[in-house]
Structures are given as C-alpha cells and as structure tokens.
Design a protein around this ligand. Structure first.
Ligand SMILES: *Cc1c(COP(=O)(O)O)cnc(C)c1O
Length: 331
C-alpha cells in the first residue's frame, strides 16, 4: 500500500451498519413512540402514487431526533453515564438530548445561544437539561462546548455525525419498511444527513430495490453539490424556512454512506414547503414544521415517475412556532 493509501485507511472512520440500526431498535423499544404510518386518499389521487407517511412529527419531543439521542446516550458505559452528556444546538437535537438524558438518569448540559427563541430555551429546560448560554456574536460555541466537556468530563453528542445517532435515526425507516413492506421509493429530508444515512442503512438491508432520495432546501444544496463533486462541499449558512436543514456540510460518517447508497439528492423551494405545510394541515390534519415538509414536497413533485408505485415519505418533525405557523397557513 502506498503511504497516501495507508494514511487514508488510518483516518477512514468506521461506519455504522444495519446491525447498529437493529441494536438501536432494541434499545428504543418501549421508549420511543412507534409513530403511525398515515395514508391519504387525497395525496394518492393528486400524485397517482401510493404514499406512506411515517409521522415523526408525532414522535416524543416532536421529531425523529429523539431516536438518535436516546440511542447515543444508552450506548455509553457507566463512567460516561455518570459524568453526563453535552450538546450544542438551538433546535430539536437539544430537546432530544435533554429528554433522552432525563429518561436514562444522565445529566445533560446544552449550550445554546442567549438569543435563542424563549420557547426553545424553556422547552430544553423543561426536559431537564441544564442550559448554558453564550453570545452568538462574540463567542465560539464549539470552543465553549469543548472547554465544558473537558472541565466536567462530559461526552459531546453531535447532532448527526455520530455512529449511534445515525443508527438511532435509521429506526424510523426500519419501522416504516416493516409496516408498509418493500417500497419502490423513499423520500427523506436532510440537513447534516443523520436521518438520511440511517434510512439508507435500513433500506439497503430491508428493501435493496428501493430508490432512496435525499431532499434538501433549494437555498442549501450542499449535499447535492457534494454528491456531484465526490467530496464534502461546505456552503455558507443557507437562508431558508427549513431551520432543521440549515447545515453547511455533511459529516465524515454521513457523506460516505449517502454517496454509496442514495439514488439522488433533490431540492425544494421555501414556497413549496409552505404549500406542503398547508396540505398537511388541511387534508391530513397534522402539524408539520417546514423542514418536515421537504420529503413530502419532493415526493409530490417527483410523482410522475412513480405512478402506481409504493412511495415512502418521512415526515421528520412538527416543532414550529405557533405564530409563525399561523402566518404560513394564512399565506
Ligand atoms: C435535524 C432535523 C432534520 C435534519 O436531520 P439531519 O440528520 O441533520 O439530516 C430534518 N428535520 C427535522 C425536523 C430535524 O429536526
């Protein structure tokens, strides 16, 4: 082996596999909700496909992130559990870590910007997390998190680039495939790619013929660029209402899984997300946050290619500020 190949082999991360998804499912049994798979005659009539909506907006704390967070904390050894965990996030991952840690009797420290929405700070504290705030404009959250982790011996749990997080997120697609049977296509939204890479591990093992599509906001198409370029492309923080997908790059673990298994990466405009949010409210009676509408919007748009086929859609979350939601619905 040449020196450069040796170096590449040494630094190549160990990727999770389907066995890790199955292990995650056993840890989550009886703890995470087995969320419903909804059908809609109207959606089928509009698209001409048979759609199966996996409703993670009805998951504990309102998003699939509970799955990965719980699996990651449950996988810690006794020393790690006694010391506690740390996450930096202002979104669903923070609440997921706080809730999962409380359920497992582990102390969670969450680093959030001081100007994060009051509702999010309150929700994270409400789930039992200790919130440490920082000034977004003057301080670096990674530096603060690393210092806290070192001082207190905490285990940092990142939102997507982590084997147990990916495996946990994969249990949503696993349940969908168990319930709906083999699908012809599966649409999954993506930010950092934890949910998509976990879904790919489940689908490759359980339904190898299923074409899995990743869906990201039009304004933040770093994954599509990365797939085309064959390497991780980093973009500036995208401007989009899909706040769960405002990531700037894929991870060291999520990129190779996506590169090797995804059929393609599609994009959706903010205007389509608002339309889809209204469809969910009006026709299916469910509250879905903008990011949670990405996969469904792309599935509707791609439907001409899937006439009469069985198409899965992961509805990733339902945490939307009610005032903003009312504005979206009012249009
Ligand atoms: C975090 C999140 C996403 C993106 O998940 P990744 O694993 O980062 O790709 C999508 N939807 C919702 C609701 C989220 O909270």
């Amino acid at each position: 082996m040449s020196d450069s190949l040796l170096a590449a082999a040494e630094t190549a991360p160990t990727l999770p596999g389907f066995a890790d998804v199955r292990l995650a499912a056993s840890r989550l049994a009886g703890v995470a909700h087995r969320t419903p798979v909804l059908r809609s005659a109207t959606a089928d009539a509009i698209t001409g496909a048979q759609l199966f909506f996996k409703c993670e907006n009805l998951q504990r704390m309102g998003a699939f992130k509970f799955r990965g967070a719980y699996n990651a904390i449950a996988a810690l050894d006794d020393i790690g559990r006694r010391a506690g965990v740390l996450a930096f996030s202002s979104g669903n991952h923070a609440q997921a870590i706080a809730l999962a840690a409380r359920l497992l009797g582990v102390k969670a420290t969450i680093v959030m910007p001081a100007d994060a929405p009051a509702a999010k700070l309150a929700a994270t504290r409400g789930y039992g997390g200790e919130v440490v705030t920082y000034d977004r404009f003057a301080e670096d959250r990674e530096a603060i998190s690393n210092r806290l982790a070192a001082e207190r011996g905490l285990t940092l749990i990142p939102p997507y680039d982590h084997a147990e997080v990916i495996a946990g997120q994969g249990t949503a697609a696993m349940e969908l495939l168990e319930e709906a049977g083999p699908l012809d296509a599966l649409f999954v939204c993506l930010g950092g790619g934890g949910l998509l890479s976990g879904s790919l591990l489940a689908a490759s093992a359980m339904a190898p013929a299923c074409a899995v599509f990743g869906v990201e906001p039009e304004a933040g198409d770093d994954a599509r660029q990365s797939l085309r370029a064959g390497r991780i492309v980093t973009i500036p923080v995208p401007k989009t209402i899909a706040d769960g997908a405002m990531t700037t790059h894929l991870g060291r673990l999520t990129f190779p899984i996506i590169r090797d298994h995804v059929r393609d990466i599609l994009t959706v405009s903010d205007a389509r997300l608002v339309e889809q949010m209204r469809f969910f409210a009006e026709r299916m009676k469910i509250v879905v946050e903008p990011t949670g509408c990405l996969a469904a919007a792309a599935a509707f748009d791609a439907a001409p290619a899937w006439q009469g086929k069985r198409v899965g859609v992961i509805v990733s979350g339902g945490n939307v500020d009610l005032a903003a939601y009312a504005r979206y619905l009012a249009g």
